[in-house]
Design a protein around this ligand. Structure first.
Ligand code: NAP
Length: 295
């Protein structure tokens, strides 16, 4: 079997188009577009690239963007004040503070300072807790994007065996919560898991969020499984340019799986689409409107 290649770019483009049309409706009704503030601290090149593409996507969706680029010498107190000011700004519905932050700043403090209703990354303990107990929340963008791809591929996930590799607060844990809410039977694996290949071999759904290039091999995959590869790893190439690969050995896994996301072009584009979706949802809730339909 050669697996279907799940096209995250196309899925993300469809979501962004829907978001853009709902942004237009929102602006007509409320008299202003939804607003997203991004906060970039320092000059980390990868973070700068991520934030630039988030800012570009915000503008393309017709939202108001508020980009804050701060020096890496900023103190924690100064950054907390920036976040408090954004909390108080009525034009802003979503606040995204790009991680990682410089060592003098405690990221937990920063995340806890963001108003939960504006926490479009879904990292605030209030949103994490609400997700865990099944209440409406703002859901972390990457796992939410993975769930969207899985449901588009499989329909109902009820009763399916899912293995999530990785237990970070950003990806693994919220992914597991989302799968539980869909009535999948969920195993969360991590660096202390015994017999990881054995656990993965039982899974109808594999979500790999580890950060280790091509760690998941083809012979770990159950025939017919659906594989979502969150990993982004740069490996050296002879021409010196390097190459992006996921946590799954794509060619091997594609021989066995029914469907698999590529890296790049799988989960990555979905993350930004879901950030826009979350900002639109936050704007609706803040304006006292029902959540937008079809997202
Ligand atoms: P993280 O915080 O470093 O977490 C990695 C997880 O993998 C940890 O739970 C760790 O276990 C587990 N792990 C490490 N080595 C392992 C092994 N040998 N076997 C099994 N589990 C192992 O990373 P993250 O933020 O969740 O990100 C994971 C990957 O996704 C990275 O490549 C990142 O770049 C990528 N990512 C992509 C997007 C996107 O938009 N596509 C977004 C976010 C992240 P312990 O808990 O035991 O240490």
């Amino acid at each position: 079997m050669i697996a279907k290649r799940i096209d995250g770019k196309a899925a993300a483009a469809a979501i962004r188009e829907t978001v853009a049309s709902r942004v237009h409706d929102f602006a007509q009704r409320i008299g202003r577009p939804p607003g997203l503030a991004t906060v970039l601290v320092g000059e980390d090149p990868a973070s700068a690239v991520y934030v630039r593409s988030k800012n570009r996507a915000t503008a393309e969706a017709g939202m108001a963007g508020f980009a804050h680029n701060l020096p890496d010498t900023i103190s924690e107190a100064e950054l907390l004040q920036v976040v408090s000011d954004l909390n108080a700004d009525e034009r802003i519905d979503g606040i995204l503070v790009q991680l990682p932050l410089p060592t003098q700043i405690d990221a937990t403090q920063v995340i806890e300072t963001i108003e939960p209703g504006k926490d479009v990354d879904g990292f605030h303990p209030v949103n994490a807790g609400r997700l865990a107990i099944g209440l409406p929340s703002l859901v972390p963008c990457t796992p939410f994007g993975c769930l969207h791809l899985l449901k588009a591929e499989l329909g109902s996930l009820a009763g399916l065996e899912a293995v999530v590799i990785g237990r970070s607060n950003i990806v693994g844990k919220p992914m597991a919560q989302l799968l539980i809410a869909e009535s999948a039977t969920v195993t969360v694996a991590h660096s202390k898991t015994r017999d990881l290949p054995g656990a993965v071999r039982r899974a109808d759904i594999v979500v790999a969020a580890v950060g280790r290039a091509e760690m998941v091999r083809g012979d770990w995959i159950k025939p017919g499984a659906t594989v979502i590869d969150v990993g982004i790893n740069r490996i050296p190439t002879e021409d010196g340019k390097g190459q992006l690969v996921g946590d799954v050995a794509y060619d091997e896994a594609a021989e066995v799986a029914a469907a698999i996301t590529p890296v790049p072009g799988g989960v990555g584009p979905m993350t930004i689409a879901m950030l826009l979706r979350n900002t639109l949802v936050a704007a609706h809730r803040r304006a006292g409107l029902h959540d937008p339909e079809g997202l």
